[in-house]
Design a protein around this ligand. Structure first.
Ligand code: ADP
Ligand code: MG
Length: 355
């Protein structure tokens, strides 16, 4: 990347991490502070334009503290996190959780219900069954049986978990001992929001925060212009350098992308299985929509919405977005399957017009 204000909103995080640290750092202008590293099994990156209290060290330390707390709450990569303990527990009694965790779960349930269950944080048993969970399952390219799918489906559903909030307490409860909550799809957006909250608290006026491509922006970049985030061109899927399908000017909003073309498992006969699962069928999505990008007020929200819209597929996603004035950008395989088409909702127009 030559221009370090042009951050790719990619769908495969590890490669972006290398690209950001490798290229941006070398050319970082003096009036920016960067902090980046690993979190929740993926990467984060922060760009602050201007000063930060305590400078680089202060930013590194504060970001680490914020992310450590999130990991301790909701990471399934951390066996000792509150969420991992809840998932292991077979008890159907109320389980104490933190207020922050309650916030994430309540918001995820709210968005999921509005999407008719297309985003479902209880999809964990299905995610694990198809081999996308923390434990990798080797099925030699064979999909799970119908019986296995139905069994896992019986343990999923937004109505099967309950959050209760008291004055100084919060509890999570499962209807069934085998319920397993997967916050992977919203955790990144939530992380970006929490880092943005930190920067707001410290009085930073201009910043860009990314947790695995779930991005929050505020103010302007170091050239005084709106932040520009690129949606990746999926035809370049095996390349290390990424092509850009369209630049998006976020105008202070959050942006994130759900995609099925980078994270998938190759099955027999060249068939691939996406890591996005349709909770209604219990199977990976199979339509020709390869990515859905959402722009909106919080990264937790865009991250929850993009997954559900990926489940619904391009046409239904655009209908849903236009009925609610939500800004989305959809990339779909064309009818001949030899290229891609792009479509966007009415509300997306303004983010495609950069100064
Ligand atoms: P992307 O990599 O496309 O940005 P995310 O990492 O945000 O997607 O979310 C994908 C992950 O979310 C999957 O690996 C799985 O753990 C979980 N997941 C899959 N399908 C669903 C679904 N329908 N609702 C909620 N979470 C899902
Ligand atoms: Mg998502």
């Amino acid at each position: 990347m030559k221009n370090n204000n042009f951050i790719k909103n990619v769908l495969f995080t590890a490669v972006l991490s290398a690209a950001v640290t490798g290229c941006d750092f070398a050319s970082a202008p003096k009036d920016e502070i960067h902090s980046d590293g690993k979190t929740m099994g993926t990467f984060f990156s922060i760009t602050v334009v201007g000063d930060y209290p305590g400078g680089q060290k202060g930013l590194d330390r504060d970001a680490e503290e914020v992310l450590h707390k999130i990991n301790k709450d909701i990471s399934t990569f951390d066996k000792d996190s509150v969420l991992s303990k809840f998932n292991r527990s077979k008890s159907t009694e109320p389980f104490p959780i933190t207020q922050d965790m309650a916030d994430v779960i309540i918001e995820s349930l709210r968005v999921g219900n509005d999407l008719n269950g297309a985003t479902d944080i209880t999809v964990g048993p299905l995610v694990n069954l198809w081999g996308f969970g923390p434990k990798k399952v080797n099925r030699d390219g064979n999909p799970p049986t119908l019986e296995e799918i139905n069994l896992a489906k019986a343990n999923t559903g937004l109505d099967k978990i309950h959050v209760t909030i008291g004055k100084d307490s919060a509890y999570l409860q499962k209807d069934n001992p085998d319920i397993y909550i997967d916050l992977a799809t919203v955790g990144e957006g939530y992380g970006a929001d929490k880092l943005a909250e930190l920067l707001d608290r410290k009085g930073v006026q201009n910043y860009m925060v990314s947790v695995a491509g779930a991005i929050r922006t505020k103010g302007v970049n170091n050239r005084g212009k709106d932040w520009v985030i690129a949606i990746e061109d999926p035809s370049n899927e095996h390349a290390v350098g990424r092509n850009v399908i369209v630049p998006v000017c976020t105008k202070g909003q959050a942006i994130s992308t759900a995609g099925s073309y980078r994270n998938y498992i190759a099955g027999k006969d060249g068939k691939t299985f996406s890591h996005i699962i349709d909770p209604s069928t219990g199977r990976p999505v199979e339509h020709g929509t390869v990515s859905v990008t959402v722009v909106g007020p919080s990264a937790l929200w865009t991250d929850a919405v993009d997954t559900g819209l990926m489940v619904k597929g391009g046409e239904a996603a655009l209908k849903y977005a236009n009925e609610r004035n939500i800004a989305i950008y959809v990339v779909t395989r064309n009818a001949n399957d030899d290229g891609f088409e792009t479509h966007y909702s009415r509300a997306m127009h303004r983010y495609l017009e950069c100064e």
